[in-house]
Write a protein of this length. Structure first.
Lengths: 392, 307
C-alpha cells in the first residue's frame, strides 16, 4: 500500500504523471489547469522527472507537439481546460484518428461566453465525438489512479487511442484531499514501458496521416469507431488489475444505494458526492432514491447502464452543459437513446444545473427530486429539460 | 531518372526519397524543390508536412511517395508537430530508449501554412530553439484550394481572391518577408533558395540540417498553374526571379548576411513579370512602382551583407 498524504489534487495528479515516467509534457497555461503543469515543470526543473517540458505558445500547438512526440514513441501528456480545449479542438480529433495514445487531463471549466473560469462540463461536451476514450473522476484518489490507468489503457497495443481524464475544475483541482500515492513497484507492476504499435523511424519508414479519398474515408472512420468500441474490454481489464494493485475497484457505471431504488439520479464527476448526501436524506425520509454515476463516457457503457437501471422507473439526469436549441443536456440525450426501445423504459427527466461553478447543494437535489416527481406524474407540464435554480 | 547521366544530374545524389508518381501538376517547381530537399537530406530524416499541395499529391491513402518517415497532422502546425517529435526523440535518446542516430527533423509547409495560418506555431518552435529545419515552399498563393491570395502573394498578382479589376490592381500589399521575420527570431541559420538553382538549394538545406538549433530555408517555388504560365517555363521564371532581384538568394548564418547569387546588374523586373498571366494586367506605371520597391529592398539586403 502506498502512503496516504494530504495534498492538493492538482499536485497529486502531476506527481502521478511524474511517477508514470512520462517522456514529453506539452502545455499552455489556463485556469484551473495551471497547478498541474506548474508542478510538472517543477519536477523536471528539479531533476525529479526526466522529461521534456515544452512550454508551447498555444493549446493548438500543445496538442500538435503531443502528436509529434507520441508518433515518435514517447510517452506523452498534456493538460488543459475550457478555451484551451476549444482552441486545440481540431488536433484533438486528428490525434484519435492517428491512434496516438496521448493522455490529457481536462480540468473541466465552462466555455466562454460570458467568460468564466469556473467548473462545469461544457468544455468536454464540445469534444463528445472526438474519438478519445473519456473518463470522469469524482475524488482526488480517482484522479491519481486514473492517470496510471489512462497511460495503461491508451498505450495498450490493442487499444492505441488517446484518453481524456476529466476532473472538475477547482472542486477537484484546487482542493486538498487525503490521497494514497502509489509505491514505485506498484507503478512498475501496473504500467509497462510504452511500446508503440507504429513509430516514426528512418530504419522503417512509414507514412502517417495520409490523405483520404472518398473511396477509403468511410472505411477509415468505421475502423476508428470499431477501435473505440473494442477498447472497452481492455478498459475493464485495466480497472480490474488496478483493483488488484490498489484495492480500489472502478466500474464504467457505479451505483450508490440503488437496491430497491425507483428513482435514481445520474451524475458525472465530482457532483456524485453531493448527490449521494441527498440520496441519504431522501432514503431517511423513506423515499426510494438512488444514484448512478457514469464514470466511462466514451466508449459509452450501454450494457452496464441498462443493467444498473434495470429496475428503475425514473432517472433524473444532472447535466452540466447545454445543447442549445437541442434536446436538453448532452448526457440526458445519451441516456434517453440508451433506453429507447428497451422493454422497460424509465422516464428520464433532465436538469441542467451547476453551470460555471454555481453551487448546487444536497437540498437542491432534494428539490430537483420533488420537481422531477411532479413532471413524471403529470402534475406539471412534462418538459424535455429544466434549467434548475435560475434566479428570477 | 536514376539512369540518366547528363551534365548536372551526374553530380547530384541519384537516390530519391520523394519518389516519382506523385500527383503534382506538370511543371511544378515545388515538387522539384521537395525532391531536391529530400535528396539533400538522405534517409536519416523524419518529415512533418503541413496540409497543402505537397501533402495531397504525395499521400493519397493507401499510397505514398515518401521513402522516409513522414507525418501529416494539419495545416497550421507542422512546426509544432515536428518540435514534438524532436523533443520526444531527445527524451527517448537521453533515457536510453532509442539510439542516437543524428536524425534530422524537417518540417515543411507552403506559404499559407508558413506565413499565414502556421505563423504562430513556427514562431513558437523557433523561439523554443528546437533542433529542426523548417522549409517553406513558397508558391505565393493558396494553390491547393485554387489560387487564393496569401500574405506571401506579391503586389500586383491577380489571384482568385485578389483579382485584378477596374478598381483593383490585384494583390494590394507587398509580399511578407518571411525570411527576415525568421532572422528576427535570432536563429542560427536562415536562407532563401529556388529549385532553378539546385546545387545552391541542396547545399543550403544540408548546411541548415547540420546547424544545431532551428534553421529555416525559404524556397521560391514556381507554380505554372497558379502563375498562369506554360509548365516548361518554370525553371526559367525561377531564374528570372533571382536575376531581377525580385527574390534574392542569400543566407544568414548567426546573424551574418551573405548574398549567395550576385549579379553585376539586375535585370528589369518587367522581364520576370511579363511572361506570367497573373501580372498580365499591370500597367507601365505599376511595373515602375514594383521596380522601385524591388531595387530598394535589394539595396537594403546588400547593405546588410556589408555590416
Amino acid at each position: 500500500m502506498g502512503k496516504r498524504v494530504g495534498v492538493e489534487v492538482s499536485i497529486a495528479a502531476a506527481d502521478a504523471v511524474g511517477m508514470a515516467n512520462v517522456d514529453v509534457v506539452a502545455a499552455y497555461p489556463i485556469t484551473p489547469q495551471t497547478h498541474i503543469v506548474e508542478h510538472l515543470s517543477e519536477l523536471v526543473a528539479n531533476g525529479e522527472l526526466d522529461a521534456e517540458f515544452i512550454p508551447v505558445e498555444s493549446e493548438h500547438s500543445a496538442m500538435s507537439v503531443c502528436c509529434g512526440s507520441s508518433a515518435i514513441g514517447a510517452r506523452t501528456f498534456t493538460c488543459t481546460s475550457s478555451q484551451g480545449l476549444a482552441l486545440m479542438n481540431e488536433i484533438v480529433f486528428i490525434a484519435a484518428s492517428l491512434r496516438l495514445p496521448i493522455v490529457m487531463i481536462l480540468a473541466n471549466r465552462s466555455l466562454s461566453g460570458p467568460l468564466s473560469i469556473w467548473n462545469d462540463h461544457t468544455d468536454v461536451m464540445s469534444v463528445r465525438d472526438c474519438g478519445w476514450i473519456q473518463v470522469f473522476t469524482e475524488t482526488g484518489q480517482d484522479v491519481f489512479d486514473h492517470v496510471m490507468w489512462a497511460f495503461r489503457v491508451a498505450e495498450d497495443p490493442q487499444v492505441s487511442l488517446p484518453v481524456i481524464v476529466n476532473m472538475d475544475g477547482f472542486i477537484l483541482t484546487h482542493v486538498i484531499e487525503p490521497i494514497e500515492f502509489w509505491e514505485p513497484d506498484m507503478v512498475r507492476k501496473y504500467l509497462p514501458d510504452f511500446k508503440p504499435v507504429n513509430v516514426l523511424d528512418p530504419d522503417k519508414p512509414t507514412t502517417v496521416g495520409g490523405f483520404g479519398m472518398p473511396g477509403i474515408y468511410t472505411e477509415a472512420k468505421m475502423a476508428q469507431n470499431e477501435a473505440l468500441i473494442q477498447s472497452k474490454s481492455h478498459i475493464l481489464k485495466a480497472w480490474q488489475e488496478l483493483g488488484e494493485v490498489t484495492g480500489r475497484h472502478y466500474q464504467p457505471v457505479e451505483t450508490y444505494r440503488t437496491e430497491g431504488a425507483e428513482t435514481v439520479f445520474l451524475t458525472m464527476g465530482s457532483t456524485g458526492d453531493t448527490v449521494a448526501m441527498a440520496v441519504d436524506e431522501l432514503r431517511s425520509q423513506g423515499r426510494p432514491a438512488g444514484l448512478i454515476k457514469l464514470r466511462l463516457w466514451r466508449p459509452f457503457p450501454f450494457d452496464e447502464l441498462r443493467r444498473a437501471a434495470k429496475d428503475v422507473k425514473r432517472i433524473i439526469v444532472i447535466d452540466r452543459a447545454v445543447s442549445y436549441g437541442g434536446p436538453g443536456g448532452p448526457v440526458a440525450s445519451e441516456i434517453r437513446s440508451a433506453f429507447y426501445g428497451e422493454k422497460k423504459m424509465p422516464a428520464v427527466t433532465n436538469f441542467i444545473c451547476g453551470l460555471a461553478g454555481r453551487d448546487v447543494t444536497p437540498d437542491d437535489y432534494i428539490a430537483i427530486y420533488a420537481k422531477s416527481e411532479e413532471m413524471v406524474t403529470g402534475r406539471v407540464r412534462q418538459e424535455d429539460y429544466v434549467f434548475y435554480g435560475v434566479r428570477e | 531518372m536514376e539512369t540518366l547521366n547528363v551534365y548536372a544530374t551526374r553530380l547530384i545524389e541519384k537516390k530519391d526519397y520523394f519518389t516519382p508518381g506523385h500527383r503534382a501538376c506538370q511543371g511544378c517547381a515545388e515538387a522539384l524543390a521537395v525532391r531536391l530537399v529530400a535528396k539533400a537530406l538522405g534517409n536519416n530524416v523524419i518529415v512533418g508536412s503541413a496540409t497543402g499541395c505537397m501533402e495531397i499529391i504525395s499521400s493519397p491513402l493507401p499510397f505514398t511517395n515518401w521513402k522516409v518517415p513522414w507525418l501529416h497532422v494539419a495545416f497550421e502546425n507542422a512546426a509544432a508537430v515536428l518540435s514534438g517529435a524532436e523533443a520526444g526523440y531527445r527524451a527517448l535518446v537521453r533515457k536510453g530508449k532509442r539510439p542516437e542516430k543524428g536524425t534530422v527533423f524537417l518540417a515543411m509547409g507552403g506559404d499559407g501554412a508558413t506565413t499565414d495560418i502556421g505563423f504562430q506555431a513556427l514562431s513558437g518552435a523557433l523561439e523554443r530553439g528546437h533542433n529542426f529545419l523548417y522549409v517553406c515552399y513558397d508558391n505565393e498563393a493558396y494553390m491547393n484550394t485554387g489560387i487564393q491570395r496569401s500574405s506571401s502573394t506579391p503586389f500586383g498578382a491577380s489571384t482568385t481572391t485578389s483579382p485584378s479589376g477596374k478598381f483593383s490592381p490585384g494583390q494590394r500589399t507587398w509580399k511578407k518577408n518571411m525570411a527576415e521575420i525568421v532572422v528576427a527570431h535570432d536563429v542560427p541559420y536562415v536562407a532563401t533558395a529556388c529549385a532553378s538553382y539546385p546545387f545552391d538549394l541542396m547545399e543550403k538545406v544540408q548546411k541548415a540540417a547540420r546547424t544545431p538549433g532551428p534553421a529555416y530555408v525559404h524556397i521560391l517555388s514556381v507554380c505554372p498553374t497558379g502563375w498562369r504560365m506554360p509548365p516548361n517555363k518554370a525553371i526559367w521564371i525561377g531564374r528570372l526571379a533571382v536575376e531581377t532581384g525580385v527574390f534574392p538568394l542569400f543566407e544568414v548564418v548567426d546573424g551574418k548576411y551573405r548574398m549567395t547569387h550576385e549579379t553585376a546588374e539586375l535585370k528589369p523586373v518587367e522581364e520576370y513579370l511579363r511572361p506570367q498571366g497573373r501580372f498580365r494586367h499591370l500597367t507601365a506605371e505599376m511595373i515602375a512602382h514594383i521596380q522601385k520597391r524591388v531595387a530598394a529592398e535589394y539595396d537594403k539586403l546588400v547593405a546588410k551583407t556589408r555590416l
